[in-house]
Design a protein around this ligand. Structure first.
Ligand code: ADP
Ligand code: MG
Length: 439
């Protein structure tokens, strides 16, 4: 198994099947898996409080022991720690990463023609930080291994240079931290934290586009690190040229290093991924069914993994034989998951809000800041109709009961505008592509 959190999912399923839902939600569901050490036969789990820890030790240790044994075929000593204890432990031992990122490594990343270049670039940067490609930007659709490669770079650098300060942040976290720092008047600490790092790893950097103050702050952080010859690695769901509302100064910084894209895996790579994941979980999936899965799921490694995990859960928990029927069921569960119209509507609102740098609430019309919101709202209405085909009256409801004639009018206007305004057309197409890719 590549990641402990995957196995944790199966352990949870096991526990869920043995106790009441209330007890499960109260005690088991709130545990966060941290690490699993086969050599020491030890596992560490974070629990919300001392009280939680006590209860688990008294009432649920038998169940958890049983679950670990069922899933791993061997017993583990379970250590519960509270978030405070974890922080102290981390401070004591600088070799322990704060995140359980060690599970994403180069050794468990499967290389195929769709990712050779990005993988090679990541390996090169990890071997010699800040000497060859700076910044390195890896981009590609959801579920293709961007975060995996980013963590692998961090892990590899940490392994070879334990003294280096590696800072990992996601674009949206960066925004939140900055907002908090401004609120608490701690922007100086915020700046120091990032500017003192030797390696800055930024996941999902596309989120900062369109946020003026964040872009400004990020621009200065970027320059400070770059001038100091520190490695910067950026992950994005699209190349800089397609980040429409990105500040031009940042765009040129992002483009100044190496850009590497990740493409959806080809059939051989998909088969290899299914085989590897199935092997590590010990789920017997025949060659024929492996090929079947690889033909059905083409564009997303996360979904491929999802199928294997679900098959494993059914095999392990229900003792089900893995047949064509079971596989087909699991595939359709995975593919239909989250493709409901409501989900798509939410995605559209989120994505349009992000693209235009407005808030989702404003876009839905919960506050009246009409003028700045007019254009993004028209775009959102147009895309919702395009993607879901839901009725005009229904679309009106999403925007605080706009009359259906307004929706009809907006659709017509948008179609006209897109014929003359190529930038608008591009923006709309971009948003649609992004939502489709991520669904
Ligand atoms: P992204 O950040 O691009 O959305 P992730 O890095 O989170 O995607 O990858 C999704 C899942 O697929 C992760 O569990 C990751 O380990 C796995 N994965 C993606 N690509 C590969 C690969 N080439 N080899 C092995 N596992 C992969
Ligand atoms: Mg990711």
């Amino acid at each position: 198994m590549d990641s402990f959190s995957e196995a944790w999912g199966v352990i949870c399923e096991y526990c869920k099947s043995k106790i009441t839902e209330v007890a499960y939600n109260m005690w088991i569901n709130r545990i966060e898996p941290v690490s699993l050490d086969f050599d020491k036969g030890q596992t560490t789990l974070i629990v919300p409080s001392d009280f939680h820890k006590d209860t688990l030790e008294r009432c649920y240790s038998v169940l958890l022991n049983e679950a670990f044994e069922t899933v791993f075929g061997t017993t583990f000593e379970i250590c519960f720690i509270t978030p405070e204890e974890k922080e102290n432990k981390t401070a004591e031992d600088s070799n322990i990463d704060t995140d359980s990122i060690y599970e994403y490594t180069f050794s468990n990343f499967i290389v195929g023609s769709s990712n050779t270049f990005a993988h090679a670039a990541a390996v090169a940067v990890a071997a010699k930080p800040a000497t060859i490609y700076n910044p390195l930007m890896i981009y590609g659709s959801s579920g293709l291994g961007k975060t995996h490669l980013l963590y692998a770079i961090g892990n590899e650098i940490k392994k070879n240079n334990p003294e280096m300060k590696i800072c990992y942040v996601k674009g949206d976290e960066f925004i939140n931290e900055l907002v908090n720092a401004i609120g608490n008047a701690t922007t100086e600490q915020f700046r120091q934290k990032y500017r003192q790092s030797d390696v800055l790893l930024v996941d999902d950097v596309q989120f900062i586009a369109g946020k003026d103050r964040t872009q400004e702050e990020f621009f200065h952080t970027f320059n400070a690190l770059y001038e100091d010859h520190k490695q910067i690695v950026l992950i994005s769901d699209r190349p800089p040229k397609d980040m429409k509302v990105l500040d031009d100064r940042l765009r040129s910084r992002f483009e100044s290093g190496l850009l590497a894209d990740l493409q959806p895996p080809d059939i051989e790579t998909r088969i290899a991924i299914i085989k590897k994941k199935a092997n590590s979980l010990n789920v017997p999936i025949s060659d024929e069914l492996t090929e079947y899965i690889a033909h059905k799921i083409k564009a997303n490694v996360r979904q491929l993994e999802g199928v294997v995990k679900k098959l494993n859960a059914r095999y392990l928990l229900n003792n089900e034989k893995i047949t064509q029927t079971v596989v087909s069921e699991v595939i359709s569960e995975i593919l239909n998951n989250d493709s409901s119209p409501e989900h798509t509507v939410n995605k559209v609102i989120e994505e349009v809000a992000r693209t235009f740098g407005v808030s989702a609430d404003d876009l839905r019309g919960n506050k009246s800041r009409q003028t700045s919101i007019k254009k993004p709202r028209q775009v959102a209405i147009y895309i919702i109709r395009e993607l879901t085909g839901i009725h005009y009256t229904e679309i009106g409801k999403i925007f605080q009961d706009l009359h259906h004639s307004t929706i009809v009018y907006t659709m017509k206007k948008m179609e006209e505008k897109m014929q003359t305004d190529s930038k608008l057309k591009e923006t709309v197409e971009d948003i649609i592509k992004n939502i489709r890719d991520n669904n």
